[in-house]
Write a protein that binds this ligand. Structure first.
Ligand SMILES: *Cc1c(COP(=O)(O)O)cnc(C)c1O
Length: 375
């Protein structure tokens, strides 16, 4: 594949696959509403295009981390219901009201600030409540549930939704899942009739018990692996091709890259590729003689990175290609059907989420298809 853009690489985002993934998850969680988590620029895929495609696929409930992200969704999808997972930023209530964004309230301070805005305007602006069932990240502590309930009852204010978040959903047999499920159930009894939401992608795949009225998939929409140790059923969404700059031969014993951390154990053919940590190819994908690193696909074959990943380049061993020698300008596949975000995540000692959200701007982006699928 030849690459044309002056930036070199090309990131392709398959909006049709994104839409198909949403619909597949919506089928699995048939009894619940299926939201779409589009935080962090829709996991690196582009929040505007992704939100539009997800809306076309049928999504109406969107979750972002920040207000800025919520505003981006609002601009892309005027009729979206948008929850801001980070909650209410102090002093920002007017912005939420103006943009029709719902904070996911997670502390008494947030709750009181939101209620004060409601009282000031004499309007029950919608919000959700987040209860911490064991993660010690955001959320009211469980012993605050009755205080929150009493406070809301006194004002006649009903939240749109109560939610919690699973710490270990990627391991379906982890006992913490059942513990959190039970604790969430105890919160629900204090808010009868209020829609509830517990499941991220992995929770959604774990079983109906976790679905309640709304599920909140993120990573699975973007083709990433939600559950460990299982075949990933989702369609890949992201493909990344970056150009080969130079092909060269090097001799046994020569070293490659910064720190001379990798020395060649045979005469080798190398390809230097325009892709480095400044492009989101994490430095932890570096290889040395004692530890393998990331890989890329050239001419259909998986080729290992050798030496350190530098800012703008990686060096790849293409000796195994024999005389099938690629030309400068030709593309190397970093993400695609052969190597996906989780393969790169595993190789770099991280997770597909980080690979996706590290995608940067030094390649052109192109979008394939949209969310409008034949039914
Ligand atoms: C990020 C996030 C999700 C989505 O999680 P995935 O594992 O990407 O499906 C759901 N809920 C909350 C609170 C989150 O922070």
């Amino acid at each position: 594949m030849a690459l044309t853009s002056g930036l070199g690489g090309q990131l392709s985002i398959d909006l049709g696959a994104l839409a198909r993934n949403w619909r597949a998850l919506d089928k699995v969680s048939a009894g619940a509403l299926t939201g779409a988590v589009v935080k962090a620029d829709a996991y690196g895929t582009g929040i505007t295009m992704a939100s539009k495609a997800l809306h076309a696929a049928g999504a109406r409930f969107f979750f972002t981390a920040t207000v800025d992200e919520g505003m981006a969704v609002r601009a892309a999808v005027p009729d979206a219901h948008i929850f801001i997972l980070n909650g209410l930023y102090p002093g920002a209530a007017n912005l939420y009201v103006r943009q029709n964004l719902m904070p996911v309230l997670s502390s008494m301070a947030m709750l009181e600030e939101w209620l004060a805005k409601c009282l000031e305007r004499n309007e029950a602006y919608p919000s959700a409540l987040h209860f911490d069932t064991g993660m010690n990240r955001l959320g009211f502590r469980l012993n605050e549930a009755s205080v929150v309930r009493d406070r809301l009852q006194a004002l006649g204010y009903a939240p749109q939704m109560i939610m919690s978040h699973l710490a270990c959903a990627d391991q379906p047999n982890h006992e913490k899942n059942r513990t959190q499920l039970a604790l969430f159930g105890s919160v629900m009894t204090q808010f009868p009739g209020v829609p509830a939401s517990l499941a991220n992608s992995a929770g959604l795949m774990t079983g109906r018990d976790y679905h309640f009225q709304m599920v909140r998939p993120g990573i699975a929409l973007y083709g990433g692996r939600a559950v460990t140790g299982r075949k990933n059923p989702m369609a890949p969404v992201v493909t990344l091709h970056v150009p080969i700059l130079q092909v060269k031969e090097a001799r046994t014993g020569e070293s490659v890259g910064y720190g001379a951390s990798h020395s060649l154990s045979r005469d080798s053919r190398l390809a230097v590729i325009s892709h480095g940590y400044a492009d989101g190819y994490l430095r932890s994908l570096s290889a040395s003689n004692t530890r393998p690193g990331g890989k890329v696909v050239i001419r259909g074959k998986v080729c290992p990175v050798i030496g350190k990943v530098s800012m703008d380049q990686i060096t790849v061993d293409i000796t195994e290609l024999g005389l099938d020698i690629p030309s400068p300008g030709e593309g190397a596949e970093v993400l695609g059907n052969i190597l996906d975000v989780d393969d790169q995540g595993d190789a770099g000692g991280t997770i597909g989420y980080e690979i996706l959200t590290s995608l940067k701007g030094r390649y052109s982006r192109n979008y394939i298809g949209d969310g409008n699928l034949p039914a």
